[in-house]
Design a protein around this ligand. Sequence first.
Ligand SMILES: NC(=O)c1ccc[n+]([C@@H]2O[C@H](COP(=O)([O-])OP(=O)(O)OC[C@H]3O[C@@H](n4cnc5c(N)ncnc54)[C@H](O)[C@@H]3O)[C@@H](O)[C@H]2O)c1
Ligand SMILES: [Zn+2]
Length: 400
Amino acid sequence: MQPVSFPEATDRALGTVTQRFVVAYDYAVTFTRALFDPTNPTLVDALARREPLKCHRCLVFVDDGVLAGRPDLRAEIELYAGTHADRMQLVAPVTTVPGGEVIKTELTHIERIHEAIWRHHVDRHAYVIAIGGGAVLDAVGLAAATAHRGVRHVRVPTTVLAQNDSGVGVKNAVNVYGLKNFAGTFAPPWAVLNDLDFLETLPARERVAGLAEAVKVALIRDGDFFGWLQANADALATFEREATAYMVRRSAELHLHQIAHGGDPFETGSARPLDFGHWSAHKLEGLTKHRLRHGEAVAIGIALDTRYSVLHGLLPEGADEAVAALLEHLGFALWHPALLRLDAEGEPAILLGLRDFQEHLGGELTVTLLEALGRGVEVHHIDPDLVMAAARWLKARQGD
Ligand SMILES: NC(=O)c1ccc[n+]([C@@H]2O[C@H](COP(=O)([O-])OP(=O)(O)OC[C@H]3O[C@@H](n4cnc5c(N)ncnc54)[C@H](O)[C@@H]3O)[C@@H](O)[C@H]2O)c1
Ligand SMILES: [Zn+2]
């Protein structure tokens, strides 16, 4: 047989063109009240940011949970658009979409949103406005980011969690193959409009759930804010307006700062500090078939990883108790039997969350732990025995 001959290396060096460009993103996160009061210019100003003289075409989707709490909202939006008819136009009646995780788990909802975008000729200079909780923002955001490869998307977050965390960031996603956030994109919004009034109709359970992300971001980035959360735990637990407003704003600022200045806004590396406490939280959400709210699972995940940080020798004994006490003061339960549930092979099911987490991030396992209350640190190995010891600590504490 003839030996196969390959060209010399020099013959193959036909040249490489390096493509490099930088895209700058900017979007405003505005804190307001009475967003749809016709005298409030926040929305029309946001739409007109680039083209002040145009009448902007808008397709609006509203979370059904929001509408249930505020049945007049549709009429308010129509009145608002009518009052500002020279600057905005509704291309279709306000469309209701299901709130909560269901919109992220049945792909037919994405199809329906795409279909509406197509039917009403929303182009890349028109707007998709989503009003709702984090789940609705994630699903409508994904549809908006993929229709025509991205139409302008304005988010109006209506839960504590969406206002202080998920709604102000750059991601969207839906759940596929039983995996949280399997299909999604990085897509910075056109604008985020945080209207505190929306929180008034939120069920108490949802309000409490959203506080977990504020505790999370305080623990990894801002010890003073953690102290403020401790000092204002009563006011937050009773949803006092002023304390809630500050908590939402500070938490949103810290999330925004991490995204813009953390060095990896589109998460190409393996570290994800904003996901402190989330590796187990995502697994717990799945194990409980979403009976645990995201924020409730995150609170457990935070307590678990804080205790782990102590067991690992990173944090002094007692810091774990301080974090657990704050979370309980805010209204969280830190124990769930799913933490010690065994899978078919007899292994603790929660530990599979580490594998899922690593796969979702890509690369080497990177988990954020705490080296101080206010400072996160990345580690690349998690000791399963210490995780289970931390879980048993949470179980033992519930008897306290
Ligand atoms: N994209 C991201 O960066 C990011 C970050 C964190 C979390 N998330 C996602 O956010 C989702 C959780 O969001 P959430 O905690 O906002 O809850 P949610 O969106 O699941 O909403 C919870 C419930 O509250 C209702 N609701 C929403 N606003 C209301 C209001 N103002 N009044 C009355 N009822 C209202 C909804 O209909 C729903 O039934 C999860 O899917 C999570 O994965 C995304
Ligand atoms: Zn979260």
